[in-house]
Design a protein around this ligand. Structure first.
Ligand SMILES: NC(=O)C1=CN([C@@H]2O[C@H](COP(=O)(O)OP(=O)(O)OC[C@H]3O[C@@H](n4cnc5c(N)ncnc54)[C@H](O)[C@@H]3O)[C@@H](O)[C@H]2O)[C@H](O)CC1
Ligand code: K
Length: 216
């Protein structure tokens, strides 16, 4: 089983863009579309809330929401940061989602989170990905705790927010996923028993990175 470190994955991303001339937006579109199709297969019915932070993990979330909407699913994006704080490919996809008229809510007050997640049947974690360092802070931590307490199916995108992808050590708090849809390859930290408790079933989603770029 191929497992990559956080650094290796980020390096592959960089090389695909800088050396192979692939576009970050294409990688993000492949990531979001692949994840949306897997979500629809795992949980074919029920309203969805996609929890978004501000990095490219969040960017994936806006792509996921657009593709779930295209599959006639009822989906809402809940952003824990103002959309203006997004940059690059994440901002581009948040902008597309806004112009596409998708249901997007910005919730920065943790007290409002529970009501906003409401009765969603499925919660998708696009809060933090491989750019996270340390335990989730502030409203991110509140969002993870609220999601973990909800009566819903929980699906993590790339990694469960809070899990250290290299060591497999769960942070405080860590998103308790029923399934984790991870890009390119599993991460080295997924091998530990303690990580498995937060990962749920793991599915690798290809994002179009050429096979030649993957360490054998
Ligand atoms: N090749 C690939 O695998 C691709 C992956 N994609 C997705 O991109 C993310 C990584 O995106 P990045 O912007 O580097 O990081 P994050 O989205 O994780 O956001 C980090 C952002 O969040 C803040 N932050 C960091 N640590 C914390 C913390 N402990 N608490 C609160 N906030 C935190 C900080 O501001 C950071 O800037 C990857 O996981 C994939 O989902 C691409 O979409 C496609 C290619
Ligand atoms: K995540």
């Amino acid at each position: 089983m191929l497992r990559l470190t956080r650094q290796q994955v980020r390096q592959i991303d960089q090389t695909a863009i800088e050396h192979y001339g692939m576009s970050g937006l294409v990688l993000m579109e492949n990531a979001g579309r692949g994840a949306a199709e897997a979500i629809h297969r795992i949980a074919p019915s029920g309203d969805l809330v996609v929890l978004c932070g501000k990095g490219n993990n969040a960017g994936d979330g806006y792509v996921i929401a657009r593709h779930l909407d295209l599959m006639n699913r009822t989906v809402k994006v809940v952003s824990v940061v103002p959309l203006g704080s997004l940059t690059g490919d994440a901002a581009a996809n948040a902008n597309i989602a806004v112009r596409a008229g998708l249901d997007i809510e910005v919730v920065e007050d943790p007290a409002e989170l529970e009501a906003t997640l409401g009765s969603a049947a499925i919660l998708v974690d696009c809060l933090l990905g491989t750019g996270a360092t340390g335990d989730p802070q502030g409203v991110y931590a509140d969002a993870v705790r609220t999601a973990n307490a909800a009566d819903a199916i929980r699906i993590a995108i790339d990694i469960p927010t809070g899990l250290d992808v290299d060591t497999g050590v769960p942070g405080e708090p860590t998103f308790q996923a029923d399934a984790t849809l991870t890009f390119v390859a599993e991460k080295t930290g997924f091998a530990t028993k303690e990580a498995r408790e937060f990962l749920g079933i793991v599915e690798v989603i290809s994002i179009g990175i050429p096979k030649k770029m993957l360490p054998v």
